[in-house]
Design a protein around this ligand. Sequence first.
Ligand SMILES: C[S@@+](CC[C@H](N)C(=O)[O-])C[C@H]1O[C@@H](n2cnc3c(N)ncnc32)[C@H](O)[C@@H]1O
Length: 246
Amino acid sequence: VRTVSIIGIGAGDPDQVTVQAIKALGRAEVIFVIDKDAEDLVGLRREMIVRHAAASRTVVLADPPRDRAAADYRAAVEAWREQRADVWGAAIERELGDDGVGAFLVWGDPGLYDSTIAVIDRIRARVAFDHEVIPGISSPQALAARHRIPLNRVGGAVEITTGRLLDDGCGEDTVVMLDAACAFTGLAADGLDIYWGAYLGTADEILIAGPLGEVAEEIVRVRREARERKGWMMDTYLLRRSRAAE
Ligand SMILES: C[S@@+](CC[C@H](N)C(=O)[O-])C[C@H]1O[C@@H](n2cnc3c(N)ncnc32)[C@H](O)[C@@H]1O
């Protein structure tokens, strides 16, 4: 049977690739790499492949364009996943023999804001193959470790959300991902601390932490400058509301 591994490769630090991921990379004959705009990201992925899967063949898949201006966000994502399933499904059938093993590398962990599992499920409705998911270090985990904090406090909950959803406010401990618009600037800063991290685990990593009211402007400026310098930005942050009794 053909097998497809969905391998979480961590959020940027090549040393944060797990032993399980390295073994799975070693088993893969074909590594499917999605051709994304961010050259740096593709470069980091290649570095990991070379280090851990030297024996495999790399097949680059063109990523269908996504309609980011669509009025119906969910419908646009659905259409895009369907197109991805077409491209990837054809590649799996074309590139993998009857017992072939292929791998898709997923940034961070495949279980967090990533469509790879959903796309593979779609393909499995049409093409027969086994599949497995290998977890990876996610960006919230990398963020917490670099700031040397736990994500939750005693008995508390942690919400993981997106910048888009932050407009509705935040709870006690909230991790925000996918925020190109600095949604934290729209919050009432009173009683909130922010732990911000960009390019976590890479040589360009930037960390800023402090009371939101004091560091928000600095984060916006540093973020803009870094984005201009590198051409792309990847950042995550935790918002922590002070507890009355603490
Ligand atoms: C499409 S999501 C993928 C998340 C990924 N599956 C994970 O487990 O972290 C992309 C978002 O993850 C966050 N992210 C991923 N890698 C990061 C890194 N090295 N530093 C900071 N944020 C990162 C950013 O919020 C970015 O907008």
